[in-house]
Write a protein that binds this ligand. Structure first.
Ligand SMILES: [Zn+2]
Length: 403
């Protein structure tokens, strides 16, 4: 049986109290905080296996000094290799949080949508719903309500829900004109009567780097600086970070830079977690959920995703916080879908997310019936054969153990 994500006694106390005294969605305990972090197109293969040696040693996809890159990210030892790439994931998250999506263990996280690219993927995560009509990154403002605007309507959370994005389409995905929440996108400054010196600096700095991928995106370091300085100055209760560097660099075919972007986003998350531990407003009262919007292809197709790129529906999910019992890398056989993220997020704060569309169930409510049906042999074999990157198996030969 799958253990519940939340301690059961805590849930029972909260729900009993709510049903008696609170007919609406509010709770009387200290309001919790939530940070949702989307990392565009970061593969589960790198999260759980570290650098792919086939790609790392490829002249086609690596321009930096190959010996230095091998030293930085390579190792014949899986645990060393993934720790080199994502040290925060493989120290803090792997001991104090949960990591879902390592398909080697039959722990599966997938997008439910059939498109496997960014707007549909982010919409599914934030709305908890796969809308078949959302099939373009140029799709107009999202008609589907998202969990952030739902939370922004709840007591203790109104005006305390914000989003910071490295890609301008997020303003449409979150339909900021309707939702009314602050959604900061590339090229926009935070406006306020009084800004902290850190906020002034973060506002400026985003204009001081080349627009390497055009004006619709900015580097994640700027999105983080604007968001972090806002958090320190204003203490929002719900924050959505939308990071994009790994996807942009992968489309450009730069595997070394894709690894660096992953490595530095891991450092950004460590920095964020460190800030949380030092701030009494956030300490021991803040949950992080981290996930991509889609996967990527294998081998030479690692640069891309979408229906023409097999297996790019495969994703992953990490979480850490006071309600997440620490189990580290999840090794149970389970199927999680991206449309469960929104309701799970709402549950962390004690709410049931209702919207103008159906919403996927929270992950805690998984029961044995929703596990993979092991009798479905054909479906099963397709998953297993296809989901393991053959190139990962040759790491040992390419990185012989040092003497
Ligand atoms: Zn992409």
């Amino acid at each position: 049986m799958i253990k519940l994500l939340f301690p059961i006694h805590l849930l029972l106390v909260v729900f009993a109290f709510r049903s008696k005294n609170n007919p609406d969605h509010e709770i009387k305990t200290k309001p919790g905080n939530l940070i949702m972090i989307s990392i565009d197109g970061l593969r589960w293969q790198e999260v759980f296996n570290g650098a792919d040696s086939f790609l790392l040693l490829s002249r086609k996809f690596v321009k930096q000094d190959s010996a230095r890159m091998a030293e930085k990210y390579g190792s014949p030892d899986l645990s060393v290799r993934r720790h080199k790439l994502m040290p925060f994931f493989w120290t803090t998250l792997s001991t104090q949080g949960r990591l879902y999506g390592n398909r080697i263990h039959d722990n599966l996280v997938d997008v439910k949508n059939k498109y496997w690219f960014s707007y549909p993927g982010r919409s599914e995560s934030l709305c908890g719903y796969y809308d078949t009509l959302i099939n373009s990154n140029e799709y107009p403002p999202n008609p589907n309500e998202n969990v952030l605007e739902f939370l922004n309507k709840q007591k203790n959370y109104a005006g305390k829900v914000v989003a910071f994005a490295s890609w301008n389409a997020v303003s449409n995905i979150l339909n900021r004109d309707r939702s009314g929440i602050l959604v900061n996108i590339p090229g926009e400054k935070i406006q306020a009567k009084k800004l902290s010196p850190e906020q002034v600096l973060a506002n400026e700095q985003q204009f001081f780097l080349p627009q390497y991928f055009g004006p619709s995106v900015r580097w994640d370091v700027h999105t983080f600086a604007i968001g972090k300085s806002y958090m320190k100055a204003n203490h929002p209760r719900v924050v959505h970070f939308d990071f994009a560097d790994p996807d942009d660099l992968a489309h450009a075919g730069q595997y070394d830079a894709y690894l660096d972007a992953t490595h530095y986003l891991d450092a950004i998350l460590a920095n964020l977690w460190d800030m949380i531990q030092q701030d009494p407003f956030y300490k021991n009262n803040t949950t992080l959920m981290i996930y991509p919007d889609h996967g990527r292809g294998l081998g030479e197709k690692w640069t891309s995703h979408g229906r023409a790129t097999p297996l790019s529906y495969q994703t992953w999910l990490a979480m850490i916080g006071p309600q997440v019992s620490p189990k580290g890398e999840m090794k149970n056989s389970v199927q999680i879908y991206q449309d469960q993220i929104a309701q799970t997020a709402a549950h962390f704060l004690g709410f049931k997310f209702v919207a103008n569309h159906p919403v996927g169930e929270a992950i805690e409510s998984l029961d044995p019936m929703r596990r993979i049906n092991r009798s479905d042999a054909s479906n099963k074999s397709i998953r297993c054969v296809g989901s393991i990157d053959p190139s990962l198996r040759i790491s040992f030969f390419l990185f012989p153990a040092r003497k």
